[in-house]
Design a protein around this ligand. Sequence first.
Ligand code: ACM
Length: 543
Amino acid sequence: MRLHRTRRVALPRLLGSLLLVTAAGISGIGAAPEGPVADGGPAAGPPRPLGQIVPAPVRAEPGGSPYTITPATRIRVGGDSGEVRRIGDYLAGVLRPSTGYALPVTGDGGDGIRLRLDEDNPELGAEGYRLKSGSGSVTITARGPAGLFHGVQTLRQLLPAAVERKSPQKGPWKVAGGTVTDAPRYAYRSAMLDVSRHFFSVAEVKRYIDQLALYKMNKLHLHLSDDQGWRIAIDSWPRLATYGGQTEVGGGLGGHYTKSDYREIVRYAASRYLEVVPEIDLPGHTNAALASYAELNCDGVAPPLYTGTQVGFSSLCVPKAVTYDFVDDVVREVAELTPGEYFHIGGDEAHSTSHEDYVAFMDRAQAVVGKYGKTVIGWHQLTGATPVKGAIAQYWGYDRTGAAEREQVARAAANGTKLVLSPADRGYLDMKYDKDTELGLSWAGYVSVERSYDWNPAAYLDGVPQEAVLGVEAPLWSETLTDSGEIEQMAFPRLPGIAELGWSPAATHDWEAYRVRLGAQGPRLSALGVDYYRAPQVPWATE
Ligand code: ACM
């Protein structure tokens, strides 16, 4: 359900981008230009180098003739797996509009673009793939469908950027000859979208999912509740959404996802091999819930709805029995809608909950998550309570985070709590790039593209064993963001860097090489209509 609201338009920023675009002689921010490009246009010339992709692959071995997609090309889906056929259909959906070719998806053998499952190849793991390209065919082999899907993203990136456009373009559609062998460094590669501070429609979330898939991310963490809005329908507590969801930061009309909306997001994410991780932030960040139900408050009085940007002022009433009826109902209903393994219970900035109450509350909330069959994730403050066995802590500290807090996280990690790393001064996509960035916040400092990319998750926190790091996340808080264009200005180009930290071997890490590969993504992002920030640190290609 979407409520109408007026959008704030960041005019100076928009004007700035337009001027920049004109000066650089590049079209394509916002709507992609239509119509075929001229002969000898961007797609002509040698194919892009194998390995010039983001995230960097484990191995790229160029050699042999390139493969060229032609009007006769077929997409061959081996075996009888319906999922492989579905990935073939997805690939055809990417390639048909721009190539203008029929690209039938067929089950038979022969040359063409071949998608194959093969249980051998243990080195590819659950998500890896091998892509072999030569004169007659390009073959993507994986042990499972997720690997094939990631291999398809590599194939996209090896083709000219114009392949991403939605109208016929002139080829040739060449893929360099050789072999790419690839598998992720980390199993947990996530992006978070805060749909609470501002509400984003199902279509806006799907658009973001497609962008995450291009960079091989595999989790979408949805921050579904906060002081400013409750965004998911709960049948047993209906006012959470119908009342608590009706506003957002700045006072605009918010909105919420019906259960069917949420299922559609989960389904769409799964079709792009992303798992949705729902977050209900507890026991702080709960003003929208407290405003919806007076009985959740210790004094029995509902506060007004909140549309500001302060944090730390709200808390569930830890001693009250009804609090646990609420937690049980909400976790049960959201868990029922969520096929994935994880349930995020927040736990950050509970500044209005005493430490004793916080520890008692987190014990009970974690037990509820376990009762409904999910693995607990909490922001790293969970390590100041008693993380249950198997719980995951999400580190969001930054350079000013005190030693005691870091040591507490490290101790928990040494004791078996796994970590997802999203340091605010590296991974928070809502931090301004520099002093001139119009959108975003700066409490963790400015986060340039280089700063966002240039850290090592395995060595980031002293005293944390490497095996404790499950992966990385790029959170995007939305106090200042109201639509897809604004999401994209902040997420791009930093999101591909966090995706690379999650996927690529540490040995490939090199800012100078990365910024060139990232620059080569510019024309692709433009072709996709992604409103990315043309960071001056990056040599943007003009394909
Ligand atoms: C957070 O940024 N409060 C997790």
